[in-house]
Design a protein around this ligand. Structure first.
Ligand SMILES: Cc1ncc(COP(=O)(O)O)c(C=O)c1O
Length: 405
């Protein structure tokens, strides 16, 4: 197990809320001091704009910004030109739909997605399909609610142009068999866009090994700051794509009736970027690599197993994803609306999510109007689980009084 006490000591928010049991890391992770300090260092020591200034401070800012991009490229095994800074996963996925999608999808083309998608992965392609007269197809989920290769084959045809798919489901914690899906999609000439928002915080991603065409993730879900994320794209595809936004810093030459844009990644980054946040993401990656993804996975697995074992002795709850691959527990207190239940957790200093988790199609598939979601991460301990399970038991007992009246 990881040294949770040490990790918590390095997160300032825990100093202000020492009794907080934070089980909402899928929504956003808490920020270590190291990440905050690196961002502060930028503002206090060299906080000027990048690329434009021909003076020492601007060179330093540019150097640190470039260093962050290099770090991220290495982190996912991409090249420097293939890593685009965006505002986050949502922004990355919309950008692909608006640029690649609008330019390449035509009438009756097919776009494959799934009911497990976060709205950020689904809705941009729904809009493209509507505007272009394309057909949106859903991979049927198996009985457990998983995406399988077998079911993917049922919807894949020679008309498939795009597969927009999650790597890890944010509600069920299931890992998609992404490599096999990418291989099959490529045989039909389709491009695959991977939503890795819930994958990047938990394990190493290798875009070359996956052979995905595009991949997106957010810094704030992996110990980094809000307001910044990554869009990875294969250089061969990015080279052919037009920018979504035009403005400063993305062009080489401007005429009265034309503009020569820069090469990727710069042509996709118009205007002043989130410089401190890029540096913050670089720092978060340093930390994650220092802790080690094998250790992170091991810690989460042990906690998850422990939590499921303890919860198995509580009657009156339904867990929807007992076989989750990532430490996400998606559950309900039987007969109790998740919002009512979550008030109790809040009173016990437990932060967890209640609702549809921006993935309404999964909730509909589960045939409920919302769920409670507890997400485990590096700063959670067995003690947190004990308090969480005790609270679940108390909530069950509290509401049972009324059902027995
Ligand atoms: C699987 C998944 N995709 C996309 C997103 C959207 O991420 P962001 O809000 O950082 O753009 C989330 C956020 O919860 C997510 O879990």
């Amino acid at each position: 197990m990881l040294d949770v006490e040490k990790i918590k000591r390095d997160i300032p928010l825990f100093q202000n809320y020492p009794n907080l049991i934070y089980l909402d890391s899928c929504a956003t992770t808490l920020k270590p001091r190291y990440v905050l300090d690196k961002m502060d260092e930028y503002y206090q020591e060299y906080g000027v704009n990048i690329h434009r200034g021909v003076y020492e401070l601007s060179y330093r800012a540019t150097e640190e910004y470039d260093k962050a991009r290099k770090k991220i490229a290495k982190f996912i095994n991409a090249s420097f030109e293939e890593v685009i800074f965006t505002r986050g996963t949502t922004n990355s996925l919309n950008m692909i739909a608006q640029t690649y999608g609008m330019a390449n999808i035509n009438l009756n083309d097919e776009i494959i997605t799934s009911e497990l998608e976060h709205h950020s992965s689904l809705l941009p392609w729904m809009q493209v399909a509507k505007k272009k007269g394309a057909i949106l197809k859903y991979i049927p989920l198996n009985d457990e609610g998983r995406i399988t290769v077998e079911n993917f084959k049922k919807v894949l045809t020679d008309k498939t142009k795009v597969v927009a798919i999650t790597y890890v489901s944010n509600t069920m914690g299931y890992l998609t068999p992404i490599r096999e899906i990418i291989e099959l999609a490529h045989k039909q000439g389709a491009v695959v866009i991977v939503d890795a928002a819930q994958a990047a915080p938990h394990f190493k991603i290798d875009v070359c090994e996956l052979d995905c065409d595009f991949l997106a993730f957010s810094a704030h879900k992996m110990l980094g700051p809000t307001g910044i994320g990554i869009l990875y794209g294969k250089k061969s595809l990015l080279d052919k794509m037009d920018p979504e936004e035009y403005g400063g810093d993305m062009n080489n030459d401007v005429f009265h009736d034309n503009v020569i844009v820069k090469e990727t990644p710069y042509k996709f980054e118009a205007g002043t970027p989130a410089i401190a946040e890029a540096i913050g993401l670089g720092a978060a990656i340093d930390l994650l690599e220092k802790i080690g993804f094998d250790n992170i996975r091991q810690h989460e697995k042990e906690l998850h197993k422990y939590a499921l074992e303890k919860l198995s002795s509580v009657s009156g709850i339904t867990i929807y994803n007992k076989t989750a691959d990532i430490g996400i527990i998606n559950f309900n207190i039987d007969g109790v609306h998740p919002h009512d239940a979550s008030t109790f957790f809040d009173q016990a200093n437990i932060a967890l999510r209640a609702g549809h988790h921006c993935a309404q199609l999964v909730t509909k598939w589960l045939k409920c109007n919302g769920t409670l979601r507890a997400c485990l991460y590096i700063y959670n301990s067995k003690q947190d689980i004990d308090i969480f399970v005790k609270t679940v038991q108390e909530v069950v007992e509290f509401f049972r009084q009324f059902s027995e009246v």
